[in-house]
Design a protein around this ligand. Structure first.
Ligand code: FHN
Length: 502
């Protein structure tokens, strides 16, 4: 083989390795585009950018609340004073507690905890009012987590709230209370069920395994149809626990199940985590097309650049502790996110056309963690002042600011400033050929007009001109603040300067 052919052969090998078959989407950096189109039979069932009212509402939410509540909430990430920290992967995974700190016969103890589930302080209306005051526009509620315990009286399992001393339908109370507060409800549903005898992690191979897993698939379908029958007011599902080979092998079933759910509940919103195509690609099919109505992979992480989203809708779900979605009694010795941290994440999300969903993990009696109560109140107080910059806004096509995040609605441009400039000048870069430029500026907090002047810096080859907003010398906020800028048609074009000669 001559050198030319060897080189060609090497290039083909390199290209095939680089060929992307995103069996799982990447969440850091722009999505790599597949190098070649492949046939996909079990791909998307909806267009990548739905324009119906339900999806437009999803786009305008801004802030959501996640609630992880279940049997694990009784334990609170510890047992008899021994912490499960380091013994279980997360507080809501405490059933899998192992190692030297795990209590004797722990799994058996855990699987009997439902006999104690009787949350005497549970009040869905109180939770919904708190979420409303915080400014949440949707809630994602765990109807069943990986332990399989159903918080609704399902006909298809004995392991449900019906078998607990509490007995009542928790999911219905949540749906009714939150809907009454004008907060849309999405049901979290774990496909994975650790202690379901018909569940298996590996793809079923033998006839016996296929029959067993077939029963599990039928059970899953029954519970989902049951939820749509019981709770017709919900807006969508937030699926989880879909990463095992068993579920991935059932791509024809999951394709048809998604179709059936959508036909039964027009407008239903389902994220990209539900299923995969026949090549095993999850979140996005093997040609890079999103599988579902929004990108559902931003979990405890946020995109760094707008381009990473490829124009898809998305939400980011976030814990206040480093990890741990279920109730954790002890928050000492770990970094728990501050209200400022969370407001920054919120505004970063909405500045890139996403929703930010903050997780709450109530205890076994139905009380939020005291720190969660405090944060909910502080977020609500901030949003009450700055709501205009948070809801129903879109990404602003400007060079990102080092001082904070841009959001835009029509000719209103908002800059939420987290980093106050030491010279009191908020400089905004605007393309020289922009059809709209800053005309006036004011502080949203008090509607105080701010001095605004153009700064044509004249940097060589610079495609931008600049507008300086002058902050009042006595303006010393201790929280992020919003500058509202009215965009107007440009008055005069920037002077054309001779290019530098090097
Ligand atoms: O395993 C789950 C985890 O317990 C939690 O529910 C998060 C948040 O949705 N999702 C999975 C971990 O990525």
């Amino acid at each position: 083989m001559n050198m030319k052919n060897i080189l060609k052969f090497v290039l083909v090998i390199v290209a095939s390795i680089a060929a992307v078959n995103p069996a799982d989407a990447q969440w850091t950096g722009p999505k790599s585009k597949p190098t070649k189109e492949v046939e996909v039979k079990y791909g998307p069932l909806t267009p990548p950018h739905r324009t119906d009212a339900d999806m437009e509402a999803f786009r305008s939410y801004g802030l959501g609340q996640f609630i992880h509540w279940g049997i694990y909430s009784i334990a609170g990430n510890e047992w008899n004073g021994i912490s499960a920290r380091g013994g279980a992967a997360a507080s809501e995974w405490i059933r899998s507690w192992s190692g030297p700190t795990a209590p004797k016969d722990w799994t058996k103890t855990y699987d009997n905890l439902y006999k104690q589930f009787n949350p005497k302080n549970f009040d869905a209306k109180r939770w919904a009012k708190q979420a409303k005051d915080m400014g949440a526009k949707y809630v994602i509620f765990t109807t069943k987590h990986h332990d399989g315990f159903a918080l609704w009286p399902t006909k298809y399992s004995d392991y449900s709230v019906s078998a607990s001393p509490y007995k009542k339908d928790i999911v219905k109370q949540i749906v009714d209370a939150y809907t009454a507060e004008g907060i849309d409800v999405y049901l979290y549903f774990s496909i994975l069920e650790w202690n379901n005898p018909n569940y298996m992690g590996k793809a079923p191979k033998t006839e016996e395994e296929k029959e067993k897993f077939g029963k599990f698939l039928a059970y899953t379908r029954n519970q989902l149809l049951e939820q749509l029958d019981n709770y017709p007011k919900i807006k969508g599902f937030w699926f989880d626990g879909t990463w095992d080979a068993s579920w991935k092998s059932a791509y024809e079933f999951t394709y048809n199940l998604e179709k059936e759910l959508r036909e039964k509940h027009p407008g239903l919103i389902i994220g990209s985590r539900f299923r995969n195509d026949e090549h095993g690609s999850r979140h996005f099919d093997s040609n890079g097309n999103i599988l579902g109505d929004y990108e559902q992979g931003w979990e405890r992480k946020l995109p760094a650049e707008f381009e990473w989203l490829n124009g898809n809708d998305w939400d980011a779900v976030m814990t206040i502790p480093p990890n741990g979605w279920g109730y954790m009694k002890d928050w000492s010795g770990i970094y728990t996110k501050t209200t400022d941290d969370l407001l920054d994440m919120l505004m970063r999300s909405v500045s890139m056309n996403g929703n930010f969903v903050l997780n709450f993990g109530p205890d076994g009696n139905g009380n939020m963690h005291p720190e969660e109560d405090k944060i909910a109140k502080e977020i609500g107080e901030w949003i009450k002042i700055n709501a205009e910059a948070v809801y129903g806004v879109r990404h602003a096509a400007l060079t990102p600011s080092k001082l904070g995040y841009f959001t835009q609605k029509d000719n209103n441009l908002y800059l939420t400033v987290f980093n106050q400039p030491v010279n009191g000048i908020v400089r905004i870069a605007v393309p020289k050929n922009a059809k709209q430029v800053p005309g006036t500026a004011a502080l949203l907090v008090n509607s105080k007009n701010l001095a605004l002047k153009q700064a044509d810096i004249g940097l060589d080859l610079d495609k931008n001109t600049y507008y300086d907003v002058i902050l009042p010398k006595d303006f010393q906020p201790n929280k992020a603040f919003v500058i509202k800028i009215k965009l107007v048609a440009p008055k005069a074009k920037a002077a054309k300067l001779m290019d530098a000669k090097m």
